[in-house]
Design a protein around this ligand. Sequence first.
Ligand code: HEM
Length: 314
Amino acid sequence: MGRLLALELLTAAFLLAAVADAELRYGYYDSLGCAGVEDRVRTLVRRSFLTDATSSAAMLRLAFHDCQVGPGGCDGSIMMEGDGGEMDAGSNFGVKRLDIINSVKSDMEDMCPLTVSCADIIAMAGRDAVAYNGGPEIQIPLGRKDADFSSATEAEAKLPPATSNVDRVLNVFAPFGMSIAESVAILGAHTLGVGHCKNIQDRLQLNSPTAPNSVVYRTQLRAACAVNVFDIAILNNDASQFTFDNQYFQDIQNGRGLFTVDDQLSTDPRTAPIVTLYASNQGAFFSAFQSAYVKLTSRAMTGNQGSVRSTCTL
Ligand code: HEM
């Protein structure tokens, strides 16, 4: 009887250890004897941000697109090259500067071989993009593992199109455990970066049901997109595309949302009061964005699931 109890206790302790090991953890790489990973990643990505002002917004969008698709959520699957991979999906149009992640990864392999996952590097780069542009300093737990599979078909099915409405977007964020206030805050990521004219074609027609709420803004967008050779014309997501601030919420309150969902957030009864709060209180936006970003990047494979790939593209 005594031996049976001891065995049961041992098994329970074993299971507990496995569960603890299988969770994302703050200070994860320090605990593996690889100190300084987060500082080194921050230094390297900031160096890229300094040489290409558009790259920080690209890293933040990359983090969302990695976490939204793939067998393990945030699993580096967007980085895998090859026919039919996620980057072949039309919804990943405009996703760029994956080379930044590859170059950080190669540095990490010198520092701590086969230890730092591509998935963690992406989540850190998105986080560092926010702080670099004046947004909150977010602490995220680490220990994500990489997938060995990447599918354009899955990306097409799971990434919300530019034409998404509020219902679709809330359905995207609910599985991450986000409240409506956090879902509105995470869309505040559109305080950075740009969109392409091809993604707002439906909003430019005079009688379009999804036309921008501001007539002046629609006229400006039509003019800006009148010459759009090779899909290269771009438009600011908000009036201060290089600053992480609450300008986005002030813009959408004024009917100047670039995408359909941006405009709808300010009129839908579920989200309008939250937009009003964030437009007048940047601290409230930052605080909700921090918890939303932790949730966005916490759907991951850990412990014995997945692996740490030596090269993000393979
Ligand atoms: C769920 C609803 C969302 C929709 C429908 C949406 C849609 C889009 C579209 C259509 C673009 C422009 C792409 C282009 O034309 O180049 C864009 C850009 C961007 N998105 Fe989103 N997005 C969503 C959520 C998010 C989230 C959750 C984040 C980050 C946490 C994010 C971050 C960004 C950033 C930073 C850009 C600018 C990228 C750049 O300038 O390179 N988006 N988004």
